[in-house]
Write a protein that binds this ligand. Structure first.
Ligand code: PLP
Length: 232
């Protein structure tokens, strides 16, 4: 019988091979593309297998489970925890206690709440602005036109550091076109914020398109961990 660790090792290898191929097709260095393994709904034991297998970036999107799970990571200081889920301002202070990067900042209220939370916990957070690439408000994200003002707000926040942008490709749309649009938004803010070099795009189904359009961070769950258990 294959162990869970072996299963994760195999799928991780497959995803890394996909990234290598995509980077080479795009004429990019594969080392410039960071893999964030999205472990939401999976147990801390899986996170620890992944860390053992060399994963150094994990992504979580539900505050309810993420805090406790992060506390169980064996080599926590070697791991960067990315919060990638929709945020409410009353939860932001809690996320600031355990996340290292918050990728889903999409409005002024969240900037203020995260900054306050980070200061209270004596921490500094890297922040990405989530950009909405369609008109579906339900999935979160700031409109591209609102991104420059939000970027300035993050820059002025004492405990936050603006690192770039993040997006999820619209359902049913062409991911490559969406990621090309995201790249334009990223270029637009980099003029005034030279540290904002990260572009988080691409998931299990569309990571090749994201690499082709310059993504620096991929968020991959299903292709490594398998189909997520339902929340019952
Ligand atoms: C769950 C999730 C992912 C991972 O998606 P997969 O299709 O399982 O790879 C990426 N980004 C966000 C924002 C997510 O919530």
């Amino acid at each position: 019988m294959t162990s869970r660790r072996d299963e994760l090792a195999t799928r991780l290898g497959e995803v890394r091979a996909r990234i290598d191929r995509a980077a080479s097709a795009a004429g990019r260095d594969t080392g410039d593309v960071e893999l964030v393994v999205v472990t939401k709904y999976f147990p801390a034991s899986d996170v620890n297998h992944l860390v053992d297998l060399g994963v150094r970036h994990i992504g979580e999107n539900k505050d309810q489970e993420a805090g406790a799970k992060v506390a169980e990571i064996a080599r926590r200081d070697e791991v960067t925890v990315h919060f990638i889920g929709q945020l409410q301002s009353n939860k932001a202070g809690h996320v600031a206690a355990y996340a290292d990067v918050v990728q889903s900042v999409d409005r002024a209220k969240i900037v203020t709440a995260l900054d306050r939370g980070a200061q209270r916990h004596g921490r500094r957070l890297d922040v990405l602005l989530q950009v909405a690439l369609d008109d579906d408000e339900g999935r979160g994200g700031a409109r591209p036109g609102d991104v420059p003002a939000l970027a300035d707000l993050v820059e002025d926040a004492e405990a936050l550091r603006l690192r770039g942008v993040m997006a999820v490709a619209p359902l049913g749309g062409d991911p490559r076109r969406a990621f090309a649009r995201l790249r334009e938004v990223a270029d637009g803010i980099r003029a005034g914020h030279p540290d904002a070099t990260w572009v988080s795009a691409g998931m299990s189904a569309d990571l090749e398109d994201a690499v082709a359009e310059g993504a620096t961070h991929l968020r991959v769950g299903t292709a490594i961990l398998g189909t997520r258990p339902s929340l019952g």
